[in-house]
Design a protein around this ligand. Structure first.
Ligand code: NAP
Length: 340
């Protein structure tokens, strides 16, 4: 990332009315309120991205009452660099607002070479949180996730590592991501016995991936857990950006491993039909995709990624219209129920 030109650098003063701009939902039955829309730093905060743009995105978020920033040890590229960028920007902009922020990081995917830099062992999780805190210039994170289940490490070992991380004051709350129903139930039971504040499940959920509706949302409700929906726009597919062409700087061209041109072309007919429904509602497709999620029972927050401050402002407008007519719900269901 490029360091800002200091001569033009403006000290950040957050907007005073920021808490009037968005609503906050309780995460399960915990004491934690999260903004209806949260910001993820998976893309656009790495070493090769523009620091000024990343800073503008974070400032726009906080100015609109978005208090929750979501990271992971391996966000970048390269791994660790999103946390480093965040750490630098945090120090420059948000340090005096630490108590107003709810910052999350995760470990669970490959992070460093050798047998201890991946999955769910105590060795990996405890080393990883220490490194994350250093990179982010933080004394603690608000939320630490086990990023994905590890079939080869006993769940008890992962649970006890999470317990220790909380007891050592390195995280206030814990969560899991990508755990299925059985794994979530088991982890909830273990963490309850250990009295660890387990508050949330991070799950992929969008009009193009409704699989958590099958069982997981019920399991989360039964365990009094919140749910934060990641990739709500299917990485940009659920917007009107790909309708007429694939733009130069879009994720489908830039990061072919996560969203590729074939996936875009395959989904385009449905995207166009959803876009027509959104237009009839007086919304953009990205707004309808987010509004629809906010209308689903059990969703605490919708976790968006953005490549510009303007995209974030556009997405926040989704919160202005979250009511759907029965006919709209029916039409959307017809087009997307097969993605369950
Ligand atoms: N737990 C996990 O395993 C996991 C996995 C994935 C993500 N996550 C978390 O979830 C966050 C969000 O995921 P995601 O980035 O895939 O979410 P997403 O919101 O589905 O996709 C973000 C992309 O959509 C496009 N976009 C967003 N708003 C737009 C708008 N108003 N108009 C046009 N295009 C728009 C942008 O693409 P362009 O770059 O093309 O402009 C943006 O980079 C991540 O940052 C991360 O924190 C977690």
């Amino acid at each position: 990332m490029h360091i800002n030109d200091k001569s033009n650098y403006k000290t950040y003063i957050p907007k005073e009315d920021r808490y009037q701009k968005i609503s906050y939902n309780r995460s399960g039955k915990s004491g934690v309120l999260l903004p209806a829309i949260s910001l993820g730093l998976w893309h656009n905060f790495g070493k090769y991205d523009h620091m000024a743009n990343a800073e503008a995105i974070l400032r726009t978020a906080f100015d609109h009452g978005i208090t929750h920033f979501d990271l992971a040890n391996n966000y970048g590229p390269p791994y660790g660099s999103a946390e480093e960028s965040f750490g630098l920007l945090y120090k420059q902009n948000f340090k005096s607002y630490r108590n107003e922020l709810f910052i999350a990081t995760k470990a669970g995917y490959d992070m460093w070479p050798g047998p201890y830099g991946n999955h769910g062992s105590r060795k990996y999780l405890i080393s990883s949180i220490d490194e994350s805190l250093q990179r982010m210039n933080l004394e603690y994170v608000d939320l630490f996730y086990h990023h994905r289940p590890d079939p080869n490490t006993p769940l008890e070992e992962t649970a006890i590592a999470l317990y220790d991380i909380v007891r050592q004051g390195k995280a206030l709350y814990v969560g899991v991501s990508r755990y299925n129903t059985d794994e979530t139930n088991e982890m909830a039971k273990l963490l309850k016995e250990l009295k660890v504040p387990f508050i949330i499940h991070q799950s992929r959920y969008s009009l193009f991936d409704r699989s958590i509706e099958n069982n997981l949302l019920t399991t989360l409700a039964e365990n009094k857990l919140g749910c934060i929906a990641f990739s709500p726009l299917a990485q940009g597919l659920l917007t009107d950006k790909y309708i007429s062409r694939i733009p130069e700087n879009s994720r489908a061209l830039k990061s072919k491993t996560y969203l590729d041109v074939n996936a875009v072309e395959e989904k385009l007919p449905v995207v166009k039909k959803l876009n027509a429904i959104a237009q009839n509602r007086g919304q953009k497709l990205h707004q309808m995709a987010i509004s629809w999620l906010l209308n689903q029972k059990g969703i605490t927050s919708v976790l968006v990624g953005v490549s510009s401050p303007n995209q974030l402002e556009e997405n926040i407008k989704a919160t202005h219209n979250t009511l759907f007519s029965e006919e709209e719900i029916k039409q959307i269901h017809m087009l997307t129920h097969s993605f369950k």
